[in-house]
Ligand binder design. Structure first.
Ligand code: GLN
Length: 491
């Protein structure tokens, strides 16, 4: 059998469906690959060898019994450690949840199982999904397979690195301000943030509830679409879940793959004209825009004047919501408990636990958010940021009256060296300059590889109106059909 770890999810599913390979063989090949390379990549926090092989055996048995299986049956998937997995450790990259085994599966994980995928394990991430490099993980950084001295992006760097290192053909991420798209961009993989509410947050450990969106990561646009279709759709257990079917993202990816974008109007945002971005990234982006034009797309420049306030608004709204959400980690209910010697008060144990369990970035956000929400400052900070959010939404609405989708580079810079931005939080926050607006608006966004700069991957972002996720898949698949996929040097 040829090396299945080099194959796309679509190809693997085909092998399993025809019986050319068993789900167990496919799973074992990926477990072997993880054993061989993950010491250098650190994409996984937990590899569920037994669980994965048991799931694979189950798929093989069902296939042998003639059961009709879904389009991703037998395909391995890596899951960001922000989603609860029944009986399988879930840390959110934090010491405060070390050793916690959730009593239930998140909806996303439930749907992955129902689709017949095989969960390999849980991937590394910045603590509580706060960060852009995976360096804020309490379990050491993940490394970029393109250059292991560089970051794989964040917060979902583990999921993206697992794909680029061929440890898994599919992965799940979560995107609050860019954590699916930005790691996708810097590892040369595909990452899609669905419409907010289009994928369930049930069992997603909360960071900023009005922004958090789980979504698919893959090495091709079609694979991402197949995964999106498998995990998306209404969930009565999530009160902000949209009670409507997922747009047909798979058909859109297939349509895009024909390479014809005639009749499609794409907007380039004036405010994303290059300020703060690396010249090499902008040059690669402009070449991709030329390619989109050759595929038939019409390019229009559009001003979105409030996008420049997206970063400051996000860094008030997200910490505010996190300061409230993270209050539940009190040393009583889950995970770590410090200083409980029988003599200390509940309050002392709580504060010792939070002191020991949270890392510096999480503490910074909790303090910032608590301050922004405090009486007397609420209107000046949180209230003001919410008004800016409305203005950004209006910019999107106005833009989508003129174009079908907006495009930009996904990130202002290629993967940076480990340690380059950890001493200045603001430098780290800048990594999400181009991804945050669509989180504040709630619309979908995808990052697709569009070329290399200095030998490192550059991503192109496509942003679409809410519940028009199919449009971004069409554009991304068309670009992919023209520029191809990108493979890192052998590890
Ligand atoms: N980098 C951003 C932050 O630190 C976004 C994180 C995310 O999308 N989870 O908040």
């Amino acid at each position: 059998m040829t090396d299945v770890t080099a194959m796309t999810a679509t190809q693997i599913a085909g092998l399993v469906a025809t019986g050319a390979a068993s789900a167990v063989e496919v799973t074992q090949a990926h477990l072997d690959r993880i054993a061989a390379v993950d010491g250098r990549v650190n994409a996984f926090l937990h590899v569920d060898t037994e669980g994965a092989l048991a799931a694979a055996r189950d798929i093989d048995a069902r296939r042998a019994a003639g059961e009709e299986l879904g389009p991703l049956a037998g395909v391995p998937v890596a899951v960001k450690d922000v989603l609860t997995t029944k009986g399988v450790p879930t840390t959110v990259g934090s010491k405060i949840l070390e050793g916690w085994r959730p009593p239930y599966d998140s909806t996303i994980v439930e749907r992955l199982r129902a689709a017949g995928t095989v969960m390999l394990g849980k991937t590394n991430m910045d603590e509580f999904a706060m960060g852009s490099s995976t360096e804020y993980s309490a379990y050491g950084p993940s490394r970029n397979p393109w250059d292991t001295d560089r970051i794989p992006g964040g917060s979902g760097g583990g999921s993206a690195a697992a794909l680029a290192a061929y440890e898994a053909p599919l992965a799940i991420g979560s995107d609050t301000g860019g954590s699916i798209r930005q790691p996708g961009a810097v590892t040369g993989t595909v990452g899609a943030k669905p419409t907010y509410g289009g994928t369930s947050r049930y069992g997603l450990v909360a960071f900023s509830s009005s922004l958090d969106t789980p979504g698919p990561c893959a090495r091709t646009v079609l694979d991402a679409a197949l995964l999106h279709a498998a995990i998306g759709g209404h969930d009565p257990r999530d009160s902000t879940s949209i009670p409507a079917p997922v747009p047909d993202v798979v058909a859109a990816a297939k349509l895009g793959a024909t390479g014809d974008l005639s009749g499609v109007r794409l907007g380039i945002v004036t405010e994303f004209g290059g300020e703060g971005a690396e010249p090499g990234v902008m040059a690669t982006f402009r070449e991709a825009v030329d390619t989109l034009t050759k595929l038939g797309a019409e390019i229009v420049e559009i001003s979105c004047p409030h996008f420049r306030y997206a970063l400051p608004a996000y860094y008030l709204i997200a910490p505010s919501e996190c300061s409230s959400n993270l209050a539940r980690f009190d040393g009583v209910r889950f995970g770590l408990r410090t200083g409980d010697d029988g003599n200390r008060s509940l309050e002392e144990v709580m504060s010792l636990t939070r002191e020991a369990g949270f890392g510096p970035e999480v503490k910074r956000r909790i303090m910032l958010g608590t301050y922004a929400l405090s009486s007397g400052y609420y209107d000046a900070y949180y209230g003001q940021a919410q008004k800016v959010r409305t203005l950004i939404t209006r910019d999107f609405t106005a833009a989508f009256e003129r174009v079908d989708a907006l495009i930009s580079p996904t990130t202002p810079f290629v993967a940076f060296p480990l340690g380059a931005r950890t001493s200045d939080p603001y430098q780290m926050y800048l990594a999400d300059l181009f991804t945050i607006p669509s989180n504040l608006y709630g619309g979908p966004g995808i990052s697709v590889p569009c070329g290399l700069s200095e030998g490192l991957p550059v991503g192109l972002q496509v942003m679409a109106p809410t519940m028009a996720d199919d449009r971004m898949y069409r554009v991304a698949a068309a670009l992919e059909s023209a520029v191809g996929t990108f493979t890192p040097p052998a590890l």
